[in-house]
Write a protein that binds this ligand. Sequence first.
Ligand code: HMG
Ligand code: MG
Length: 302
Amino acid sequence: MSESVRIVEVGPRDGLQNEPQQVATAVKIELIERLSDAGLRTVEATSFVSPKWVPQMADAAEVLAGLRRRPGVDYPVLVPNLQGLERARAADVAEIAVFTAASDAFNRKNINAGVDESLQRLQPVVAQALEQGLRVRAYVSTVLGCPYQGEVPLSEVVRVVAAMAEMGCYEISLGDTIGVGTPRKARAMLQACIDAVEIGRLAVHFHDTYGQALANTLACLEAGVRVVDASVAGLGGCPYARGASGNLATEDLLYMLEGMGFDTGVDLDALVSTGRWISGVLGRAPASRLGRVAASREERTT
Ligand code: HMG
Ligand code: MG
């Protein structure tokens, strides 16, 4: 039996949250459904953050209410505080994702709180969610650099990752929010985290600003990580991280994983066609290499 890698699809949340044009709720729902139909088992659906901060995600409750939920698929939602948890509970979610960063400067822009204050704020959110029987995932952002303060000490990354694990988050996703990392640095960062939290509880989350996301992912796969976040068609970026581009494109990740013999349960053709569809709806070419290959093949045969 081949070894498996779990892909956490974040396009509907991390991808669309940064979209300047308002995306229709029906399009968001169709995107999530297509992604789960393609075989993805974890599709981050939306976020219950303040609509004043991220207007694009203001329809989170409507998205979940309209969604045809497939059995066996997890649809985590991003939650920043107790108010977000309450809204997520009302929308009948089974899993939330909380988030903070390893750098104060980024956290202040993104969630209006420094690192320590954010950890204090998240403590009751995670505790209540766990009491209510929800699963809680965590993101730690700026693990390879901060758009406002530059270098982020590894010791800070490890401290925050350990704090999220200690709170009871089942998995901690290591976010290179602005995509500045390169493979050796990514691997060294992962190794430092493994010293504090077992590798089975760690995931990687690379943005592709400088074209390093796939290389960084490979470096971390070689170091043993088996959960990778990605965004269909390479959509997205964080609205509070200047210049941050989309995540690693899920299609390109899948092509590499299949080529390396990993099992993912995801259908590549269905994923590529979903990436082309959403890019078309948003009025642009897919950022994924596979989407571009498919488009150029089609041009040659028509
Ligand atoms: P604040 O302004 O300090 O908080 O924001 P507040 O409590 O004063 O609330 C301000 C207003 O928002 C109030 O409304 C609240 O009721 C409302 P008013 O009284 O003025 O009418 N509000 C809410 N409404 C709905 N749902 C809520 C909620 N909370 C407050 N949950 C806060 C603090 C954290 C809320 C805000 O800064 C926020 O929502 N930030 C989220 C920013 C965000 O979503 N960023 C993108 C996600 S992170 C990311 O992309 C990185 C990641 O992908 C990993 C990586 O790449 O590294 C995860
Ligand atoms: Mg992100």
